[in-house]
Design a protein around this ligand. Structure first.
Ligand SMILES: Nc1ncnc2c1ncn2[C@@H]1O[C@H](COP(=O)(O)OP(=O)(O)OP(=O)(O)O)[C@@H](O)[C@H]1O
Length: 570
């Protein structure tokens, strides 16, 4: 069947439309030019008329007669004088043209004097970095033309630069992090401290775009986030790199709503960063991050918490549905992690058997299990002193096989104990978070790349950076998820956390005896899934390992020690 051509209006309609639009615009511009004097005179007449009306209204009633008489006398004089009416019309038109002129002040043609001074001094500061002695046509030279290199600039209400596009010579080594860092440091200082700047290097066009970033919101408290299973919200960031937004409530009583771009971490079978490491100075908010992750994880999975800090920051989770253990001592930590290691192996073996039989993985291998370790370095030191097993050595199986077995490991550690982290922990935690104040070197060591933003002078708690695998470095603000048992916690935040806690399944006073059982929906609790501090699980796990011959599913190959953190995340 022959194809019929489209009607001309459809085939080249958009070109015609554009042409007609252009014609209409030209006609409108010409008409405005021609009619401009008429428009001015009309506007002037209107202004004169309203001035006359105002004068009439302001004149006291007893004097209005005299005023009317004098106007009539003037009109009569004009009418009788030779060329009077003509002269009167010309005078009126001239007065209307004068009063009708456009009085909006013309926009300044360039920067204001203060702004000009800022641009000039910024240009001068960049000269040593962007010039070379043997450059025959230097783009930057002392006393040179700043207009050639600052193609766009914008100032904020306080007169400080808010946006700037800088051209630089092609020979500048913009691929070298050290060269970039020098320029970014200089611009951060010259454009005004106390703000965060984003630097966009366009290596192809030899252009650097500097943007001032708004502070991240600190008023977002813990709340149910609209995410899919397997997604965890680490915190919030700015919209420059993240397209997705989450609808959130905020404000003192959660009365306001807004959409905020989140940093979402995906875990489970398809995750490329199945485990996370969070690092910070003391008090930077890493425990809060772990609490926030635990509350989200409990929607779909079970959680084991090992708290090396020992300050009881996770007490609110003890005995809750899905919380298998909250351990603050070395013995308990070892017991729980031994169980977690054997549970990982059990899941692997069960899934393997199902694969070989051509069946889907059994239900009890699919429920996510989360191992949250806060400051495991403390237990490592204790174990070394007492010549006992390092709890971190028990993480090998969960770290190596966690993705397939639906076991996720999250470790929080302080900067000064980073060397206490075992090799496998550094190697397998490819999702990274740094909270609180940190030097560029520290950020690079943990994240594997420097952030494209300048550091903040005053870091609020829970502020930092996140990087998932080899992705971009995001600014991060963790939602406020404080310990509800802390006296310093505000009522609104306490209530927000309490609302998210699952119901208690174990009376608190039974905790020391029996920590937790597996959730009811898994059916009868298999021996290996019971976490009983009286060491029942050790026996059960040992029996299970013997039964499934774990050496087949979990290679006993020791993890490479001493892997640099930077290497593992880049
Ligand atoms: N995202 C956040 N929003 C608001 N406040 C926070 C946030 N994160 C932490 N804080 C507050 O900062 C303080 C320290 O937090 P947190 O205990 O989590 O820090 P930490 O890094 O675990 O320190 P430490 O190991 O010394 O306990 C707490 O008072 C906490 O409420």
């Amino acid at each position: 069947m022959a194809r019929r051509p489209l009607p001309r209006i459809l085939s080249n309609g958009s070109a015609q439309l554009a042409r007609s639009r252009e014609l209409a615009r030209t006609a409108a511009d010409s008409a405005t030019d021609v009619l401009h004097p008429l428009i001015t005179i009309t506007r002037g007449l209107r202004r004169l008329a309203s001035a006359g009306r105002r004068r009439w209204v302001e004149t006291p009633k007893e004097r209005r007669g005299a005023l009317l008489l004098s106007v009539a006398a003037v009109l009569l004089g004009v009418a009788l004088a030779p060329y009077g009416p003509l002269l009167a019309v010309v005078t009126l038109m001239a007065a209307a043209a004068w009063h009708g002129r456009d009085r909006t002040p013309a926009a300044p043609a360039g920067p204001a004097p203060g702004q000009l001074q800022r641009l000039k001094s910024l240009y001068e500061a960049l000269v040593p970095y962007f010039s070379a002695a043997d450059d025959p046509e230097p783009l930057y030279s002392h006393g040179g033309d700043w207009g050639k290199v600052f193609s766009e600039y914008e100032f904020d209400g306080t007169g400080r630069l808010a946006h700037l596009v800088i051209s630089y010579p092609a020979y500048f080594t913009d691929a070298e992090p050290a060269s970039r860092a020098r320029i970014e440091h200089l611009l951060g200082a010259k454009c005004g401290r106390g703000r965060e700047y984003h630097f966009g290097w366009d290596e192809e066009a030899n252009q650097l775009t500097v943007r001032v970033l708004a502070p991240l919101p600190t008023d977002i408290a813990a709340q149910p986030f609209v995410t899919a299973p397997g997604e965890t919200v680490l915190g919030f960031t700015d919209p420059t790199r993240v397209q997705r937004t989450l609808p959130l409530t905020h404000g003192a009583h959660g009365e306001e709503q807004r959409d905020v771009p989140p940093v979402v971490w995906r875990t489970g079978i398809r995750s490329t960063e199945p485990h996370l490491l969070a690092v910070g100075q003391p008090g930077s908010g890493t425990s809060t991050l772990l609490r926030s992750i635990a509350l989200q994880a409990l929607h779909h999975g079970d959680v084991v918490i090992v708290d090396g800090g020992g300050t009881g920051e996770y007490a609110c989770l003890t005995g809750r549905d899905g919380v298998l253990a909250v351990e603050c001592g070395l013995t308990g930590a070892l017991t729980s992690l031994e169980w977690a290691a054997s549970e990982t192996e059990r899941r692997m073996a069960a899934a393997d058997r199902a694969h070989q039989a051509g069946d889907p993985p059994p239900e009890d291998t699919r429920r996510p299990l989360w191992l949250l370790l806060d400051r495991p370095g403390v237990f490592t030191h204790l174990a070394t002193a007492d010549d006992r097993t390092d709890p971190q050595s028990l993480l090998q199986a969960p770290l190596r096989h966690g993705r397939a077995a639906n076991v996720t490991v999250v470790v929080a550690e302080q900067f000064d104990s980073l060397e206490a982290l075992a090799g496998p922990v550094r190697q397998h935690t490819r999702a990274r978070v740094v909270l609180g104040p940190a030097t560029t070197e520290q950020l690079e060591t943990v994240l594997g790349a420097p952030p494209h933003t300048t550091p903040v002078d005053q870091m609020p708690p829970g502020r930092g950076y996140a990087r998932l695998g080899t992705g971009p470095v995001h600014r991060l603000q963790v939602p406020a998820t404080p310990d509800p048992y802390d006296d310093a916690t505000s009522d609104a935040h306490r209530q927000a956390v309490l609302d998210l806690l699952p119901p208690r399944t174990t009376p608190a006073d039974e905790e020391p005896e029996l920590l937790e059982t597996a959730p009811a929906e898994l059916g009868p609790v298999p021996e290996a899934v019971r976490l009983d501090k009286a060491a029942t699980e050790k026996v059960a796990a040992a029996a299970l390992v013997a039964e499934t011959d774990a050496s087949e599913t979990v290679p006993a190959r020791p993890a490479p020690e001493g892997t640099a953190v930077a290497e593992s995340s880049s």
